[in-house]
Design a protein around this ligand. Structure first.
Ligand code: ADP
Ligand code: 5GP
Length: 201
């Protein structure tokens, strides 16, 4: 019988917090609020992507923007990766591991493919799926954000249905109706983060 732990990160004191949900549901907005509120206890993972930057996005802070060749070269350093809406995305492993080893929670705002990969590899995860109140409301939010053209918007709405089908594989499902209420609910779920070095499940 092997004496190896189930995963190599199982002894680290921190947790990986996986936040998934359809595009436009409010993940980035919720993440910003949680990171402010839980500063020092919750750290953002900065993903690598081949998607071009949107206006106002800061390279190295919102994402690390790379070419497809650069992404391929980095693949061995990623905890998970996936093609989402036609672009490559991935989570660098080392910064997440470092923050967990310091007892912090690490927030991964990633798609369901990546979320399932992380859950299958790492035991110290808390996974939260954010749902829209309705698909109509999701479309309204995406249109209000005005960051996608018609084709990209249609693709994101089609993908939303497939993503919603996976929500029950997450530990928690939270409907983002009222933003303040949603943030309260998530902060309560994440009360285990950083409250002591040896938090328990
Ligand atoms: P995601 O990161 O999931 O793609 P965003 O955080 O960019 O989504 O949010 C999409 C849009 O919806 C933004 O314009 C944001 O301000 C808005 N939004 C987020 N949460 C709510 C909410 N609870 N009610 C109404 N609008 C919201
Ligand atoms: P956006 O392009 O709107 O910023 O993100 C599109 C989708 O990619 C969202 O569902 C977002 O959560 C997901 N995403 C962002 N970073 C990563 C990552 O590192 N890995 C995976 N698998 N998905 C990601």
């Amino acid at each position: 019988m092997s004496s190896e732990p189930r995963d190599p990160w199982s002894d680290l004191p921190g947790w990986l917090v996986i936040l998934s949900g359809p595009s436009g549901v409010g993940k980035s907005t919720i993440a910003r609020r949680l990171l402010e509120r839980m500063a020092g206890r919750l750290t953002a993972s900065i993903s690598v992507t081949t998607r071009p930057p949107r206006g106002g996005e800061r390279p190295g802070i919102d994402y690390v923007f790379v070419t497809p060749d650069q992404f391929q070269a980095m693949k061995g350093d990623l905890l998970e990766s996936a093609t989402v809406h036609g672009h490559e995305y991935g989570t660098p492993a080392q910064p997440a591991r470092q923050a967990m080893s310091e007892g912090r929670c690490v927030l991964l705002v990633i798609d369901v493919q990546g979320g399932l990969q992380v859950m299958s590899k790492i035991s110290r995860t808390v996974s939260i799926f954010v749902e829209p109140p309705s698909l109509e409301e999701l479309e309204t939010r995406l249109k209000t954000r005005r960051t996608e053209d018609e084709a990209a918007l249609a693709r994101r709405l089609t993908n939303a249905r497939a993503e919603l089908a996976i929500k029950n594989q997450y530990h928690y499902q939270v409907i983002n109706d009222d933003l303040d209420r949603t943030v309260e609910e998530l902060a309560s779920i994440l009360s285990r983060c950083g409250s002591s070095q040896g938090t328990t499940r």
